[in-house]
Design a protein around this ligand. Structure first.
Ligand SMILES: CC(C)(COP(=O)(O)OP(=O)(O)OC[C@H]1O[C@@H](n2cnc3c(N)ncnc32)[C@H](O)[C@@H]1OP(=O)(O)O)[C@@H](O)C(=O)NCCC(=O)NCCS
Length: 149
């Protein structure tokens, strides 16, 4: 069976999702992005109960998102370590060129005692070359580490 490496999730932006300025609240967007990454990592390993998030990387908000907008989150596996799954998520809106927001998040497969275990998945050369940009960005983040925080 082919591993699932991508998820597409749609959200309707509603008045309760907005900030005091009348545009989408960053905290709500962060929640949707981490959720999209979690869904993608969980669909790959098949065990949502074993997936925990260890890192949420930077989020760049390039354009405002408004009430009534329908946004599309495209979430793709960017890198697979032995126990880690790094996922890139991008937010798109019909009619806009490029991603409105992008983010990278890393998840780890853990057992019932919270001990990391090998998920056993790897990316093919073909997938890596097709997704070179996000693969290289994930490698860079991994090399950089968590800056000791
Ligand atoms: C997940 C957890 C058990 C991992 O423990 P750990 O001691 O860091 O485990 P390891 O050092 O063996 O690392 C496991 C993997 O996570 C990666 N990792 C650990 N910390 C990381 C970080 N800050 N950023 C990116 N990757 C990280 C490691 O590189 C390793 O990946 P690999 O198997 O691909 O090489 C532990 O960090 C934890 O319990 N974190 C809390 C998770 C949680 O509650 N999340 C919800 C957020 S509120």
């Amino acid at each position: 069976m082919e591993p699932i490496l991508e998820s597409v999730i749609l959200h309707l932006v509603r008045p309760e999702d907005l900030n005091h300025h009348g545009t989408l609240f960053a905290g709500q967007m962060a929640k949707w992005l981490v959720e999209a990454g979690f869904i993608t990592a969980s669909r790959l390993c098949g065990k949502p109960q074993d997936v925990v998030c260890v890192q949420v990387n930077e989020m760049n908000f390039k354009k405002p998102v408004n009430s009534g907008d329908i946004i599309e989150l495209i979430s793709r596996v960017a890198y697979l370590g032995a126990t880690s799954i790094t996922v890139n998520s991008e937010v798109h809106r019909r009619g806009d060129k490029g991603a409105l927001i992008s983010n990278m998040a890393t998840f780890v497969t853990v057992d019932g005692k919270n001990k990391p275990y090998k998920h056993g998945f790897s990316l093919t050369e073909e997938y890596i070359s097709k997704n070179k940009g996000i693969y290289e960005a994930a490698v860079k983040i991994r090399t950089r580490g968590n800056a000791g925080f």
